[in-house]
Design a binder for this molecule. Sequence first.
Ligand SMILES: O=C(O)c1cc(=O)[nH]c(=O)n1[C@@H]1O[C@H](COP(=O)(O)O)[C@@H](O)[C@H]1O
Length: 239
Amino acid sequence: MTRDDARQKIIFALDTSDFAHVQYWAETLAGRVGMFKIGKQLYTACGPAAVRMIQKFGGEVFLDLKFHDIPNTVAMASLEAARLGVKLFNLHALGGYEMMARTVDALDNEFKGAERAKVLAVTILTSSSDETLRQVGIDKPVAEMVVRLAELAQRAGIDGVVASPQEIPLIRRACGDDFLIVTPGVRPGFAALNDQKRVMTPAEAVRAGGDYLVIGRPIGDAPDPAAAAEMILEEIIAG
Ligand SMILES: O=C(O)c1cc(=O)[nH]c(=O)n1[C@@H]1O[C@H](COP(=O)(O)O)[C@@H](O)[C@H]1O
């Protein structure tokens, strides 16, 4: 794998509330990572201006708002996400088949075959365990639920999933090679686990078949974030 291929796989999770930080991170990491993830914290604080700031510096955006609502509301919100010109955005597969299929229909009607944002379904969050599922009344193990939700998303026309690296082989087997797998819960050798539970190293996640790796605190909290991003690249290439 070339250095550039490895770089394109890294999505930096821009988890901040401060608009001034957005420009700093865009300048510091543009060209070092493939995409910037704008999630609930930053989007709630700064809105579409944060997306535009990244785009101004030539960065691609993954809008991580994890929509989960009635089908019409999610479809309409998804159209707005796609109109921002982001490369990826997501919704919760637990919202069900109709919510996902209505969203894909709305996008197809609006973009009519032209290039559009890819939509991902979140399966089971990487911070969840079998016990977390039991607490909300789901008695199945995480791995079984992840595959079930990935298959449901694929049937609804969704482009891929967000899942823990540990579930990548199961999803690949069930959904094939063209289904995107975006994986958070990635921890390079030098970083702390924080609140993530089902983790892998960057090299292991790529070897397992992950298309993109979402990495936040191991880069953002590092004393030298640019150097941390380069170390992660080295880990991917060496692996
Ligand atoms: O959708 C996500 O990006 C996501 C899904 C998931 O299951 N687990 C998860 O950690 N994430 C996000 O991935 C990022 C991980 O950040 P770090 O744990 O700091 O690397 C955070 O912004 C989370 O919101």
